[in-house]
Ligand binder design. Sequence first.
Ligand SMILES: *Cc1c(COP(=O)(O)O)cnc(C)c1O
Length: 379
Amino acid sequence: MEPVADPVVPAPAPPPIYVTQPELPPLQDFVAALEQIWDSKFLTNGGQFHQQFEAALCEYLGVEHVSLFTNGTIALMTALQALGIGGEVVTTPYSFVATANALLWNGLQPVFADIDPATFNLDPARIEAAITPRTTAIMPVHCYGNPCDVERIEAIAKRHGLKVIYDAAHAFGVRQDGRSILRHGDLSVLSFHATKVFNTFEGGAIVCRDAAMKQHIDHLKNFGIADEVTVVAAGINGKMNEVSAACGLLQLKGVDAAIGKRRAVAAHYRRLLAGVPGVRCMPAPVHEANDGYFPILVGDDYPLGRDGLYQKLRDAGIHARRYFYPLISDFPMYQGIASAAPENLPQAAAAARQVLCLPIYPGLEPGAIDSIASLIKSS
Ligand SMILES: *Cc1c(COP(=O)(O)O)cnc(C)c1O
């Protein structure tokens, strides 16, 4: 029999590059923590890792109280319950859908206000214009970890007697003038989902300022149980388990180094993309950022357009993301709300049309950044 010639094997395609890649603690450290959990048989309900992680987070973030949760969405829903929010809540259409979903799950009416195109955050003037007699709270998002105009929002809330719940899912470790951005508002909510700057696989937290509120939140996340025979509220199960808490404790050790590497990736992109026609990067932040996202604005003068660039990168195995497109206000369950009308949200609509978030994570190689920038430039 004739030997069959080897078929010509094409060079394997390089592995795809996703918009983010999660950080993980050293495996042997995680295994050692798992061994402790196995030995103790204490799996959840505020075990030693949960307690240590809460204390370590307060210290790292520079905040008074942290209550850990199973994920950021349940934390958002619980935060609204903890403050007894009713009626209408002014929020942003330019976010991940969980922001508004948390309102609907609490039977609240979202009222969308437009964003400031310089920061992608709620425009305080538009917040104030959206307030009605039924408004009880404002739920802004520190979009991409950019701090909201916290002072003006606080002044508006005071003037109208409103609560402020920050969706701070993007804002882990963000500081302004040396102080945590999470100290603002009545409550701030973090997400530790795998795609975020800091992860516990799944997880989240509520940050609050006083011990009584922390106690109330801790009851709410544990069915409302105060002790063996006492239930004080119709709570939910939002508790973080010991494996996630142990993971978080280990992750804290590496988070500064990880954010430092992200910062270098962002700086590299900014250098390479400066002056590319039709493409605009956000200016380097003046606050202590976490570089969780690297949004670029792709203008109408960019030959391929935003979606053309998105597809071109995708064809090359690079999965940039159109965060946030579509707007929350364009999803079917929100579309019918009066404030969801596109005329009410022109800046949010423009951002949704133009933004592309490029891959950014600590392990993203400089060579990959060069390739991504070359693809963007060559259009
Ligand atoms: C990720 C995210 C959430 C939800 O957090 P989970 O931990 O995934 O439930 C909420 N809001 C924003 C802005 C997010 O990015």
